[in-house]
Ligand binder design. Structure first.
Ligand SMILES: Nc1ncnc2c1ncn2[C@@H]1O[C@H](COP(=O)(O)OP(=O)(O)OP(=O)(O)O)[C@@H](O)[C@H]1O
Ligand SMILES: [Mg+2]
Length: 165
């Protein structure tokens, strides 16, 4: 299945299958490439390691308004590939080449909050950062985290990040 029609696994140095455990064990972590989301991923890796749960890192994207940061405006057909590469880059930047657990990497097309909710339907735990790539300073929670806090179908961990100036 093409990455643009996700969920679809993306190969990487840390690739693995989150289908090895039962669906209720699955930990899903939202990664938008921001430092807070990398902190969330590190927390999720520790939790997955401690509980032997499968771990899936999800990056959501939208053609008209990509939520993940991109270095340039790509051709429409390039989005899925670029987002997959961005996710690989973010995972590597957060946990290096040899994390203690396998991290399945999935890109999903759609607006961040509802798409993460969809991903969470398969999960026993959803993990996100308190903030992401958004530009508003001073907010404790970004709009995606806030939406998930009131709509999540499974337990949610919001990993705090020190306030930005
Ligand atoms: N596109 C995305 N793909 C995957 N996870 C995401 C995405 N966007 C946000 N998240 C998750 O949600 C967390 C909080 O991000 P959020 O977007 O709520 O904050 P923000 O970007 O600071 O605010 P806003 O987007 O409202 O301006 C991130 O740390 C990440 O875990
Ligand atoms: Mg955001």
């Amino acid at each position: 299945m093409p990455a643009s029609e996700g969920p679809a696994s993306e190969g990487s140095a840390s690739e693995g299958s989150a289908s090895e455990g039962s669906a209720s064990d699955l930990i899903v972590v939202g990664v938008d490439g921001s430092d807070p989301s990398k902190e969330a991923l590190r927390w999720a890796v520790r939790q997955a390691h401690a509980t032997q749960a499968p771990l899936r890192a999800v990056m959501c994207w939208h053609e008209l308004n990509p939520d993940a940061w991109l270095p340039h405006v790509p051709e429409r057909s390039d989005y899925a590939t670029l987002i997959a590469e961005e996710l690989r880059h973010a995972v590597k930047g957060a946990v290096g080449d040899n994390p203690p657990v396998a991290i399945e990497q999935v890109v999903m097309k759609g607006q961040s909050a509802p798409t993460l909710l969809q991903a969470a339907k398969e999960a026993g735990l959803l993990v996100v950062g308190s903030r992401g790539r958004g530009g508003f300073t001073g907010l404790l929670l970004g709009s995606v985290s806030a939406y998930l806090a009131s709509h999540t179908p499974c337990p949610l961990v919001i990993v705090p990040h020190k306030a930005r100036s």
